[in-house]
Design a protein. Structure first.
Length: 370
């Protein structure tokens, strides 16, 4: 098993484009770490530097305390699963899975035992005699995973392995890979642009943007306490709503005002804003769709935090309904009970839960609260 340490790692290409900047991360043995972010954020480049497929410009990478900057990929004791599966079309499933072991001159009996055990774990024992063209996308992905498993590496690296699968298969394979991590008790590093994959699979998530780490945390912490507007908007589906607001104070109450609407803040949030000198300043208020309510019980209990909204679009999603509404100049998405009869064009009352409101500095876009 293996711990991994990246210290001030960066990657700059010849044209001076910085792909990764000052990346620092300690990955514990047996962790399931997810690198997530939009295309071009540097997550795959970072994975390839760990694998040795990309030279680092600056910094140091350690596996189990051993500096591996100049160690060849084959000697790093890692296995990588690629987005396009990278299976040999002329070989059977068995031969594909056994290939790296044959190169290492592993005994035939050992090769057979390892391949059969990996096939059992991945439930592909009946596919061992087939060639890749006779397999579905999900089956090919399991073969690619099996090829990595038989090597018994210290670290598994996975680069968007589910992106070519349909939604149903992606869901099934997410569960399969999570179970695989539990069974193998090995360090996993997984790259994805899909925040649902990140939230459901990782023990910790590394959110990246423009080559920089924005936040490293457990999934629920990222969701509840995002460091900045980027993380808040990237994690969560539908994404967090953002409203430009003015921090005001009347008597002892601190309010967030937007247009003719306003909400009163709880004492702790109010105290932080006052102590940091935000009274009279503009901020960005964030609130998730599920923290905006249309039920009477919330409208009564959250008096002083209710607003009027006009319904622009309705999305029926079975167990829930999404309303796209307008509150003066601000457009918001709201999750509501699907049983409630609401039509496009209706004016409805909504209550914004002030305990769940996030407040960000307008200039830096970083949270004021955490």
């Amino acid at each position: 098993m293996a711990s991994i340490n990246l210290k001030h790692v960066s990657k700059k290409y010849d044209n001076k484009v910085v792909a990764v900047a000052d990346f620092n991360l300690d990955i514990e043995d047996k962790e399931f770490i997810i690198f997530v972010g939009p295309s071009g954020c540097g997550k795959t480049t970072t994975l390839r530097m760990i694998a040795g497929l990309e030279e680092i410009t600056n910094g140091e990478i350690y596996i189990d305390g051993r500096l591996i900057n100049d160690v060849q990929p084959k000697d790093r004791d890692i296995a990588m699963v690629f987005q396009n599966y990278a299976l040999y079309p002329h070989m059977t499933v068995f031969e594909n899975m056994a290939y790296s072991l044959k190169l290492n001159k592993t005994q035939k009996s050992e090769i057979k035992a390892r391949v059969q055990e990996a096939a059992r774990i991945l439930e592909i024992e009946d596919l061992l005699d087939r060639r890749p063209k006779a397999l579905s996308g999900g089956q090919r992905q399991r073969v690619a995973l099996g090829r990595a498993i038989v090597r018994q590496p210290k670290v598994f690296l996975m680069d968007e392995p589910l992106s070519n699968l349909d939604a149903k298969l992606r869901s099934q394979m997410r569960t399969k890979i999570s179970k695989l991590h539990q069974d193998l008790q090995t360090t996993f590093i997984y790259v994805t642009h899909d925040q649902v994959e990140a939230m459901t699979m990782g023990t910790r998530i590394v959110v990246m943007k423009d080559g920089y780490i924005q936040q490293v945390d457990a999934p629920q912490t990222l969701y509840e306490k995002p460091n900045n507007i980027f993380v808040a908007g990237f994690i969560g589906s539908p994404q967090m709503n953002f409203i430009q607001a003015l921090v005001g104070k009347s008597e002892e109450e601190v309010q967030l005002k937007f247009g003719n609407s306003s909400i009163m803040l709880p004492k702790e949030k109010a105290r932080i804003l006052e102590d940091k000198g935000y009274i009279g300043k503009e901020i960005i208020m964030g609130i998730r769709p599920e923290d905006i309510h249309d039920e009477e019980i919330y409208l009564d209990s959250l008096a002083g935090c209710d607003v009027e909204a006009s319904v622009e679009v309705i999305e029926m999603l079975g167990p829930e309904t999404l309303l796209h509404v307008k509150i003066e100049a601000s457009e918001l998405t709201v999750k509501v009970n699907p049983k409630k009869l609401i039509k496009v064009g209706d004016t409805i009352k909504l209550a914004l839960d002030p305990d769940k409101v996030h407040i960000f500095d307008k200039e830096t876009e970083w949270t004021i609260m955490n």
